[in-house]
Ligand binder design. Structure first.
Ligand code: IPE
Ligand code: MG
Length: 226
């Protein structure tokens, strides 16, 4: 969800104005995903690197999580959305953890759309935590080094409960992954859109999915017509 700051700047407003508009875009996108019956949608909300932003902006971003869950949780429950949060929970303030747990608990029985929010998430951090879990398992004798394969590893990532990543959309014209799902992106189709996140919603989502449909996914094999 990139481009909030630039969207606000273009309107002569503070960056936090863009973040608020970004929450509206998230609401529209979740609704659109439900309507088009996407089974899984994952959004990058706050990265392990975002703590480096000015104190006021970090506070505003944390406030938005509170606001989104506070205002939208009843809607998510009603619409059958199952919320999961991935990322490092350790070290988050207790009230933020409580909000995350409330969203997960109250939607746990839902099954229409799986909405995953990456919060305090960084792919390198996720990989390091997975490695640590494997090391713990080996040290405890639950695993031997020979048992370690791509699957053992994937099962210890935060995304263990998610299917393989098909489509990764980055908004705002940047062409990089910025520490998002580095392992999972191995065979994902990458779609880069010029749209700034606050302008996102049904139409850009459908545009990205149509682009995805035109891709020939080979997974290192040969093409469909070969
Ligand atoms: C939102 O956009 C990203 C989040 C941290 C939620 P940015 O704040 O990165 O906006 P730009 O890139 O400065 O335009
Ligand atoms: Mg940005």
């Amino acid at each position: 969800m990139d481009g909030n700051g630039r969207w606000a700047k273009a309107r002569g407003k503070p960056r936090t104005f863009g973040h608020s508009a970004g929450v509206e875009a998230l609401r529209r996108t979740v609704e659109a995903a439900g309507d088009i019956k996407l089974p899984y949608l994952t959004v990058f909300g706050f990265s392990t690197e975002n703590w480096g932003r000015p104190k006021e902006e970090v506070a505003a971003l944390l406030e938005l999580l509170r606001l989104y869950v506070g205002r939208d949780l009843h809607r998510l429950v009603r619409d059958g959305v199952k919320v999961r949060v991935i990322g490092e929970r350790e070290g988050l303030e207790p009230d933020i953890r409580a909000i995350i747990e409330r969203a997960e608990d109250q939607t746990a029985a839902n099954a229409t759309l799986n909405l995953t929010i990456a919060f305090n998430y960084g792919a390198q951090d996720e990989i390091v935590r997975a490695v640590r879990r494997i090391a713990d398992d080996i040290a405890a004798g639950r695993l031997t080094p020979d048992d370690v394969c791509a699957d053992t590893f994937a099962q210890r990532l935060d995304t263990a409960c998610l299917p393989p990543l098909d489509l990764l959309i980055r908004t705002s014209g940047e062409r990089r992954l910025s520490n998002f799902m580095l392992w999972q992106a191995a065979y994902a189709e990458l779609v880069f859109l010029e749209d700034l996140w606050p302008d996102f919603g049904r139409e850009p989502l459908e545009r990205a999915i149509n682009e995805f449909r035109r891709r020939d996914r080979r997974y290192g094999g040969v093409g469909r017509d070969e």
